[in-house]
Design a protein around this ligand. Structure first.
Ligand code: FES
Length: 174
């Protein structure tokens, strides 16, 4: 065995020091990003990701796409609508790798939205937790009470618990 290599052919120390590919195939991106290939196709269709095509019409993704996917996945887990993620990601340049300044601009543009979301969730926790499992709908103290559906005159949907506008259907996302 070559003493300058590990059993798997990588350099000593266990860390593969081969150059990192600048572009990834859809399979590589899915594996590293922890998403399915069909999810990547969907993200691309709604404008969250972009790719280029090889001469053989195969997709190739810049390596920084992994950071976009990480952001999308965390946002999804936190219940942030993809439409909002798309709006935030739109500040990043599509034709080149985003710089540190580009990501800082994204972070700044999202700050107010995230703060607003946190405030709304705190409001939900503070004001409505008591109602879960209570069911009294007390006219004196329950915030969910809506006699004769008076709040219906203000429009459809949960007028008291109006946390977010409804997310549009997937085919209407940008
Ligand atoms: S259901 Fe009892 S306080 Fe709201």
């Amino acid at each position: 065995m070559d003493p300058t290599q590990e059993a798997d052919g990588s350099p000593p120390g266990g860390r593969d020091r081969r150059p990192i590919a600048r572009e990834l195939t859809v399979g590589q991106l899915a594996a590293r990003g922890g998403v399915t290939v069909s999810a990547l196709h969907f993200f691309e269709r709604v404008g969250l990701l972009t790719s280029t095509r090889t001469a053989g019409n195969q997709r190739r993704y810049r390596r920084d796409t992994l950071r976009r996917i990480a952001l999308i996945r965390v946002a999804q887990r936190t219940g942030i609508p993809l439409k909002e993620v798309a709006e935030v990601l739109a500040v990043l340049p599509q034709q080149r790798t985003p710089t540190r300044e580009d990501w800082a601009q994204l972070s700044q543009s999202w700050q107010a939205r995230l703060d607003q979301r946190i405030r709304r969730l705190q409001q939900l926790r503070n004001e409505f937790t008591d109602c879960i499992g209570c069911g009294c709908l007390s006219i004196d103290r329950c915030l969910l009470v809506n006699p004769d559906d008076q709040l219906g005159a203000n429009g459809p949907g949960p007028r008291v618990l109006d946390l977010e506008p409804a997310e549009p259907p997937r085919d209407q996302l940008p």
